[in-house]
Design a protein around this ligand. Structure first.
Ligand code: LER
Ligand code: MN
Length: 293
């Protein structure tokens, strides 16, 4: 059994909301350089709009550093602008779809996925989950229609009940992914949310193994991995068992300060992979890029 994973860090622009779950908020070119220097393989860009990215400038920094953009995430479209797929107002839903399709076109420039996390929205008061699901699937289908010809994946992220009241567990996420019947729609577990919502890391991850293409990591308190009580050794073992080959991107709070959090995350993830490697396959080496377990 082998597991080739890469490590990412969720970052954003200098004007990101204080509530955005990112370590660095800065000029994106500077952020790319900082993450490369720390040893990350990629940066996930948490955006409000595709227009925040200067594509040629970022391209130059990626080429110079070897860093990738594996994912563009869209939580601020919901949190800052109140746009989401389950909104009762059709014009708001259309604006949410427009914003996400802009991100899909941007993602196509970088070979990135697009995370449709909190932009999925909520079940509005007085409405049913069935109504919210129908609106959500309609919007997701429109986005998939744009994403598929461009080869962009849309990832559905279950998010815990204290942030949204819709698609909280991996089982609910998997159900929606299947119901979308779109080849571009995949599942993205976030360990922080799973730790709250899912009865078992192993059962949820194994059940969704054919759909998981990206993973958010954080410790139990959303600090950098290693600073809480998330069972990382067990989780790395499960990911190895399903032969997961994708990004593990740290989506964590910038505490006690951004540099310490970013350094701790990459140091701890490398150490856990090495530990899992030593435990499982003593004969294989650990590579820096596409860290092999
Ligand atoms: C929110 O808690 C989260 O995990 C994000 O990735 C989704 O917007
Ligand atoms: Mn997340």
């Amino acid at each position: 059994m082998s597991l080739a994973v890469k490590f990412g860090l969720a970052v954003s622009t200098a004007d990101a909301l204080p509530s955005a779950f990112v370590v660095f908020r800065d000029d994106l070119c500077r952020v790319v350089d900082r993450c490369a220097a720390l040893g990350y393989d990629g940066v996930e860009l948490a955006l409000r709009s595709a227009s925040q990215v200067d594509v040629p400038a970022i391209r130059r920094r990626l080429a110079a550093t070897g860093l990738e953009i594996p994912c563009i995430s869209s939580g601020q479209v919901f949190a800052a602008d109140g746009l989401y797929f389950t909104h009762p107002d059709e014009a708001i839903r259309r604006a949410a779809v427009d914003r996400i399709t802009g991100m899909i076109r941007l993602a196509a420039e970088f070979g990135a996925k697009v995370n449709t996390g909190r932009v999925r929205g909520i079940v509005p008061e007085g409405e049913t989950t069935a109504t919210a699901t129908a609106r959500y699937l309609d919007c997701l289908g429109q986005c998939a229609g744009v994403a598929e010809p461009l080869g962009v994946e849309l990832i559905v992220e279950p998010v815990n009940r204290y942030e949204v009241n819709f698609i909280n567990s991996c089982a609910e996420g998997l159900d929606i992914v299947r119901r979308s019947s779109r080849p571009s729609v995949k599942l993205m577990p976030d360990l922080f949310h799973m730790n709250i919502e899912d009865p078992s890391f192993r059962e949820s991850i194994e059940a969704a193994r054919d759909y998981i293409t990206y993973v958010h990591v954080a410790d139990s308190n959303r600090l950098a991995p290693g600073w809480g009580h998330m069972p990382f050794a067990e989780i790395f073992g499960i990911l190895s068992d399903i032969d997961y080959r994708g990004y593990l991107t740290a989506e964590i709070l910038p505490r006690p300060d951004p540099d310490s959090a970013a350094q701790q995350a990459i140091r701890f993830l490398n150490q856990e992979l090495k530990h899992a490697h030593d435990t499982k396959k003593p004969s294989e080496g650990v590579r820096r890029r596409g860290h092999r377990l």
